[in-house]
Every structure is written in structure tokens, then in C-alpha cells.
Design a protein around this ligand. Structure first.
Ligand code: ADP
Ligand code: MG
Length: 250
């Protein structure tokens, strides 16, 4: 377990957020709970909290090394990290490099189509509403952010996708798509927040041709393919081969 933490601030589907003595910081506990289809499907997967926490730490440190600001401060244990407290913008930013999932259910775009430039979509983060896709006019109607902030957010999200795609490519991994949450810290800076893990990214193993066997992400859980923790572990193994251990918070 971790060092002393303050009160539980928020419990979501995958993580618990606790306050800390330092008001600008939070402790994030990654749970083993797995959910899909807006929590209609639920399970527990041994080791998932550890895998997603460690992978997020590696990815946040990679982004940082490329000059991208994130909420991440350091690890406390394998499934706890400290992060800057941010006000999360209630928007899920989704970047797609390859068409699959909801894009192919909702449009005639064929599975596996390369999307160049990557397709960027914004979804309203609201479980009760089922995280609906936002249109230009709904975004304006909801008044969630200024147009300058939006331009900044989209630019940042595209850079994150570029950095992660290149990094994964070197590991024979294909970043198919990813979901980001962004937030603003006390200084009003825009940061990459939440997590970056096989729960929030689709990742395919370029060493495998079989379209089911190559899946290394939450689709294994969504589609009951089994071996969920084993595939996350495979991603971690490849990342660890080329990275130094994430820093410890102190
Ligand atoms: N640095 C942060 N400061 C405050 N809240 C955060 C931070 N990072 C992530 N969060 C929020 O913590 C909550 C818990 O995460 P999670 O369990 O993934 O929730 P959800 O069920 O909404 O997916 C989410 O609402 C997420 O936006
Ligand atoms: Mg989440």
C-alpha cells in the first residue's frame, strides 16, 4: 500500500482519487476493476491496477521527455501514483489512427482503414448520458471551453498521439486509437491527466497477423477474448525493455 493519504475525493470505475497534505496534489489508486460498455459489463482482473499504473507512469514520463506537460508526479507503489490535482475538462478526446470500434459501427468507414491525418473526435464525458459524440454546435452550446483552449487541446492531443505512436512503433506495437482526458492545474495550464494504458488505448501486436490474437488492449475484455492481464503485461514488457524505471515520488 501507499503512504498516508487524505480523504477519498472521487471513486471512478478504474481509479480512486485521494487528497494529500499538499493541496495541489492527489494520490491515484489504480483498481483491478474492469468495466466496458459504460459499466454494463463488469469484472475484476488480477494485476490490472498495477499494469495500468506502471504503463501510465512510463507513458507520462515519455511525454514529459518530449516537453508535453502531464499531471504525473511519480509512483508511490506499483498501483499508486501522485499527480497534480487538475480540474478535468469533461471531454474525452479520441484520436484514431486506424478505423475500428464505434467509428465503424456509426459510419460506413471500413475496419482497418488508415486515418491520415488521425481522426480527432470529442465526446462529452458523462456516464449517465453515455458519453455522447459532440458536434461543433453542441460544444458551443455547452460552453465547455473557449475556442483558444480548444485549439490548444487539439494540438496537444495530436502531439500526444504522435509521440506515443512513434514510441510504440519501435516496440512492434501499433497504436490504433487512444482516449485522453485533459485538465487545468491551479496555474491554468493545460495538462494531460487521467491515465494512458491499454484500457484507454487500442494497441495491436505487429508481430502477430491474426486479427484477434494481435489485440493487446481492453478489446480483449470487451470481446471476451481472455488473456487480458497477459496482453497488458506484454505491452509493459516491451516498454520496460527500452525505458528506465519510472521515478518514485518523494
Ligand atoms: N489529476 C487529476 N485530478 C483530479 N481528477 C482526476 C485527475 N486525473 C483523473 N481524474 C479523474 O478521476 C476520476 C477517476 O478515474 P476513473 O476511475 O478512470 O473514472 P471514470 O469512471 O470516470 O472513468 C475521473 O473522473 C478522472 O477524470
Ligand atoms: Mg476512466
Amino acid at each position: 500500500m501507499a503512504q498516508n493519504h487524505g480523504p477519498l475525493v472521487y471513486e471512478g470505475k478504474a481509479k480512486r482519487i485521494y487528497g494529500m497534505n499538499e493541496p495541489g496534489e492527489v494520490m491515484v489508486e489504480f483498481k483491478n476493476d474492469a468495466t466496458a460498455f459504460n459499466a454494463k459489463k463488469k469484472s475484476e482482473i488480477d494485476g490490472k491496477g498495477r499494469l495500468n499504473c506502471l504503463l501510465s507512469a512510463y507513458f507520462f514520463e515519455l511525454l514529459e521527455s518530449e516537453g508535453i506537460q502531464t499531471h504525473y508526479r511519480g509512483l508511490i507503489s506499483d498501483n499508486w501514483m501522485v499527480a497534480q490535482h487538475v480540474e478535468v475538462i469533461p471531454i474525452e478526446v479520441v484520436l484514431r489512427n486506424i478505423a475500428t470500434g464505434s467509428l465503424c459501427r456509426e459510419t460506413p468507414v471500413k475496419q482497418g482503414t488508415k486515418l491520415k491525418p488521425p481522426l480527432l473526435d470529442l465526446y462529452f464525458k458523462d456516464d449517465a448520458l453515455g458519453d455522447p459524440l459532440l458536434t461543433e454546435s453542441r460544444l458551443e452550446l455547452l460552453d465547455l471551453m473557449s475556442s483558444d483552449r480548444r485549439a490548444e487541446l487539439e494540438k496537444l492531443a495530436r502531439r500526444v498521439n504522435d509521440v506515443l505512436s512513434h514510441f510504440m512503433q519501435k516496440l512492434d506495437l501499433l497504436l490504433v486509437d487512444l482516449k485522453l482526458e485533459l485538465g487545468t492545474n491551479q496555474e491554468g495550464q493545460l495538462l494531460v491527466a487521467d491515465e494512458i494504458s491499454p484500457d484507454t488505448c487500442r494497441i495491436w501486436d505487429l508481430r502477430i497477423d491474426d486479427p484477434r490474437d494481435r489485440i493487446l488492449d481492453k478489446d480483449r475484455f470487451r470481446q471476451d477474448l481472455g488473456g487480458v492481464a497477459e496482453s497488458y503485461e506484454e505491452v509493459l514488457k516491451r516498454v520496460q525493455e527500452v525505458s528506465s524505471r519510472p521515478r518514485h515520488y518523494n
